[in-house]
Design a protein around this ligand. Structure first.
Ligand SMILES: [Zn+2]
Length: 148
């Protein structure tokens, strides 16, 4: 499997958004959109309600997302969110996951991404890939993604 390419600008913007949430002590989530599975085209931050240990997209927010995807012929290739503490896929994360196609990625950044930089991002993020059996399996970010 070839690695999904993501631009340094997208990673930098992702870190900024997650750190913004961290400044008020809240989790935050962003989505990485693309056409084929090969390359992330853009960052999308859904309107969301957040708390220290949770984020939530309501119905209207999901409708805006789907309209955006349809309009630009994009799909969600990866979801990225922060945790207050350790980075792992919680049960809530498994249930919530907005993407349901095999090969989709989910990245979780620890400690509100406070220590994240473009260069250490893939090492810091706990990275999961959705298997054909619909399970999130942990993998090494560097085997799945290439920051370029
Ligand atoms: Zn989570």
């Amino acid at each position: 499997m070839s690695r999904m390419k993501v631009g340094r600008d997208v990673v930098a913007a992702t870190i900024e958004r997650l750190q913004d949430g961290g400044r008020i002590g809240h989790e935050r989530a962003v989505l990485w959109l693309g056409r084929g599975a090969g390359r992330i085209e853009e960052l999308y931050e859904p309107r969301q309600r957040t708390r220290a240990d949770q984020f939530y997209f309501d119905g209207p927010s999901m409708q805006l997302l789907f309209a955006h995807l349809r309009g630009k012929r994009l799909r969600v290739l990866a979801q990225v969110h922060s945790h207050p503490g350790r980075a792992f896929h919680s049960e809530a994360d498994d249930d919530w996951a907005i993407i349901r196609h095999a090969g989709a990625l989910s990245l979780v950044l620890p400690r509100f991404a406070q220590e994240a930089t473009v260069d250490n991002f893939l090492d810091l993020a706990a990275t999961y890939v959705l298997s054909t059996g619909n399970h999130w399996e942990e993998a090494s970010g560097a085997t799945l993604l290439e920051v370029c």
